[in-house]
Design a protein around this ligand. Structure first.
Ligand code: OGA
Ligand code: MN
Length: 294
């Protein structure tokens, strides 16, 4: 598969293949190969139904059912494996500024990797743009991605040695607390307890080490909370410097695939009065990061 780099060794645009059509094993293998080199991979000009997005994503692994889709009650999208990354309610109306689902989803504006608070986290995220807002004074709803392999490689050897074996506790309620959102439905805190994850992971395919950071990352196991939190803040500031970041400006029809194991991402602000509708499929990993080879 031909790709056009957008950011060296990190993000690329793939040649236009139609992801709505069934792909053969060689096609899937060549997309995997591209992801191993470019963990942010952009496909333009797609028009996928939710079923087509799910079926395409399922070729890459078992699919996650996200925290929002697991809640009881009505939902805008029919397929639980399709995450609703929008500001719309069940009637396709833009949610009020005070809407709890909207406030919860604002956690996506913090640099994070998806679902790192789960004992077994996720691998690929795939976002498909269905409707986009116009520009706003605070941002245009871009999604930014940060290269955590390059960020790790740029650390000093002494820092690498000091952090290589650390374990970090990841907690979705910590990421939400950072933006002042602390109210959750009865029982939700019990359903999503924190999970320990390696701070430094090794990519299975090419063997590079990568930082595994996230807004969910709360503290370092075995350290005073304050010390661990400060280290995580320093590492996050390091890893999200402009030189490590690719900012994706969305067009309707884009599919962006990213590897959550070696990237962070965040959404940018946009005009909250206008619909922004993206659909996400996410593949699950096979084991906890603690069970991976160091
Ligand atoms: C996500 C996410 C950011 C955005 O879908 O996982 O963090 O720009 N999205 O919507
Ligand atoms: Mn996310």
């Amino acid at each position: 598969m031909r790709v056009q780099p957008l950011h060296p060794g990190f993000a690329a645009e793939a040649e236009a293949i139609d992801l709505s059509q069934p792909l053969n094993d060689a096609d899937i293998a060549s997309i995997w190969q591209a992801i191993d080199t470019y963990p942010v991979l952009v496909f333009r000009g797609q028009r996928l139904t939710d079923t087509q997005l799910r079926d395409f994503a399922a070729r890459f692994g078992p699919l996650e059912i996200g925290r929002a889709a697991m809640r009881p009650g009505p939902r805008r999208l029919a397929i639980p494996q399709i995450g609703d990354i929008s500001n719309l309610d069940e009637d396709n109306k833009v949610r009020a500024l005070t809407d709890r689902r909207r406030l919860d989803s604002l956690g996506n504006r913090l640099w994070h990797t998806d679902a790192s608070y789960m004992p077994v986290p996720v691998v690929l995220g795939m976002l498909h743009a269905v409707a986009l807002p116009p520009p706003s004074p605070f941002g245009n709803g871009e999604t930014e991605f940060a290269d955590m392999r390059a960020a790790y490689a740029a650390l000093s050897e002494a820092t690498k040695a000091a952090i290589d074996d650390l374990v970090v506790e990841h907690d979705v309620f910590w990421s939400r607390a950072q933006i002042g959102f602390t109210e959750f439905p009865q029982g939700e805190r019990d359903r999503f307890p924190p999970s320990p994850q390696r701070l430094v992971r090794r990519m299975a395919a090419a063997g590079q080490k990568t930082l595994y950071l996230s807004a969910h990352a709360s503290h370092v196991v075995g350290w005073p909370v304050a010390d661990g939190r400060l280290l995580l803040m320093d590492l996050t500031a390091h890893a999200t410097q402009t030189r490590f970041v690719y900012s994706h400006t969305w067009r309707v029809g884009d599919v962006v695939i990213w590897d959550n194991r070696c990237t962070m991402h965040r959404g940018r602000p946009h005009d909250e009065a206008q619909p922004r509708d993206l659909r996400r499929a996410t593949t699950l990993d096979a084991r906890s990061t603690l069970e991976e080879a160091a």
